[in-house]
Design a protein around this ligand. Structure first.
Ligand code: PLP
Length: 481
């Protein structure tokens, strides 16, 4: 085992890399942070990056690259067709995933679009452990319906279940029986994003796969967050603990028929692609890639990114590389828990998730508690998180709010980007905010877009709570920004 313990017993994640390129950050005074968030209409997507100290919005396209990735990008082979860079990536994918075909796409949602276009027709049902925003949007766009079969534990915020991403296989077997001919594929998501980066277990994947094969329905894996899931299989799953990451990867891939991923996450770069075995689906999918993404040897990606993905996927097979994200997240979750701050447990991949329903229980869901907490976290620390609650849902056909099953503020941990003291700072500011949580109030829409309203919506506070929070911060931390 490759873990490193401190002699004095402390549990501190140790960076297994050194930092050789840096970017200067700005930390604005709290009064200026208040001005900036008002200018951004209380929507963190509308902030400018220069006004943010720790950008914990997402892990997408913002992970640190290695020296070997940067070097590979310098010798990329630019060509509309037949680029050597593509063949290098294809070879790597074959070797690591054990699948013969690799179809490139510009990012994860490009893969989702072509898969849905080919396979989903009106009236179809797509079962899955849990939805992701873009995955669901494409299935629904093609007239399909998403049915979530997550085991109930998956939605319990505080839990010690190590595999909250597991799918209810009994329910899946029943569903495939009942809707024979209406299920074009089953989707499993690795490192289940919207429930807090939670993994599936190997046994659960095997059972899911066996049921799919019995019913002759393809199993499609969304592998965007697979690197975290691989780490958790190694650390938490009896069946995998003696296998190398490469062996676990192969065992996981062997259970699936089609695997797609966002290389903005898996592979530490930007781009995406679909891996598949020989089947009658390969040729029609290739045609859709050419139509929507680009020629088969670039798929909308720059050749430099293609080189970076090839190296990044190789590096993903190294436990000391992929352990960095989950170890930092586990540290942050444990420290916040110690201080009584409500967080999603066990710690997952992707980021640390604050449970807004317990952080600010006085704010009703109709006043977007997780979004209010996101705004307050920016005021308290110049930290940008992402709301994953009712604001991220859309209204139903009658215009009523769809209340989210979980009200979370995700503080994403871009991989190998932040240092320990920056994480300690985030823990400190969140703890201050928790001590002052009664000052946080709700939000309402001033301008509400019809589609994906969280991206471009404009919001306003329901009272002068932001001024009061800023004043309290200035009093409590009078010598600090
Ligand atoms: C990010 C993500 C996607 C979409 O990928 P993009 O590259 O952002 O288009 C799909 N599924 C999951 C689970 C993701 O995390």
């Amino acid at each position: 085992m490759e873990t490193i313990s401190f002699f004095d017993g402390r549990k501190i994640p140790l960076e297994r890399h050194k930092v050789r390129i840096v970017q200067k950050l700005n930390l604005l005074p709290v009064e200026e942070r208040l001005v900036r968030i008002k200018e951004a209409s209380n929507n963190l997507y509308l902030l400018r990056n220069k006004d943010i100290f720790l950008d914990m919005l997402s892990d997408s396209g913002v992970n640190a690259m290695s020296d070997r990735q940067q070097a590979a990008m310098m010798q990329a082979d630019d060509a509309y067709a037949g680029s050597e860079s593509f063949f290098r990536l294809e070879r790597t994918v074959r070797d690591i995933f054990g699948m013969d075909h690799f179809l490139p796409a510009h990012q994860g949602r490009g893969c989702e679009k072509v898969i849905a276009d080919l396979l989903v027709k009106p009236g179809d049902i797509v079962p899955m452990n849990y939805h992701f925003t873009t995955s669901k949007a494409h299935i629904v766009r093609c007239g399909g319906e998403v049915v979530e079969l997550l085991l109930p534990e998956g939605l319990v915020c505080q839990s010690n279940n190590p595999f909250k991403g597991d799918l209810d296989t009994k329910a899946l077997a029943k569903l495939l029986e009942k809707y024979k001919g209406r299920v074009p594929f089953v989707r499993v998501e690795a490192g289940t994003n919207l429930i807090g980066g939670q993994p599936f277990s190997f046994d659960n994947l095997k059972e899911t796969s066996a049921i799919c094969r019995k019913h002759d329905v393809p199993l499609v894996m969304d592998a965007s967050l697979l690197q975290d899931n691989l780490y958790f299989l190694k650390m938490r799953d009896e069946e995998c603990k003696d296998l190398s990451i490469r062996e676990i990867m192969r065992a996981v891939c062997d259970q699936c028929d089609i695997i797609y991923f966002s290389a903005r996450k898996l592979g530490f770069a930007r781009g995406g692609g679909i891996c598949m075995r020989e089947s009658e689906l390969v040729d029609p999918l290739k045609e859709l890639i050419v139509l929507n993404e680009g020629f088969l040897t670039y798929g909308g990606m720059s050749v430099r990114e293609i080189e970076a993905i090839a190296v990044g996927l190789e590096e993903t097979m190294d436990l000391s590389v992929i352990s960095q994200g989950p170890e930092f997240i586990a540290y942050m979750v444990a420290e916040l828990e110690k201080r009584g701050v409500p967080v999603v447990t066990p710690a997952g991949g992707l980021g640390c998730h604050l449970d807004a329903s317990r952080f600010v229980p006085h704010i009703p869901q109709e006043q977007y508690p997780a979004a209010a907490l996101a705004v307050a976290t920016y005021i308290a620390g110049g930290i940008r998180g992402m709301e994953r609650g009712t604001l991220s849902e859309s209204r139903d056909a009658d215009g009523n709010e769809t209340l989210a099953e979980m009200e979370l503020l995700r503080l994403a941990m871009p991989r190998r980007v932040f240092t320990m003291s920056q994480i300690d700072y985030a823990i400190d500011r969140v703890t201050w905010l928790y001590e002052n949580r009664d000052l946080i109030g709700g939000l309402c829409f001033e301008h509400e877009p019809k589609i994906l309203r969280f991206f471009l919506g404009k919001l306003a506070p329901l009272s002068d709570w932001q001024e009061k929070l800023t004043e309290k911060f200035s009093r409590d931390l009078s010598n600090s920004l």
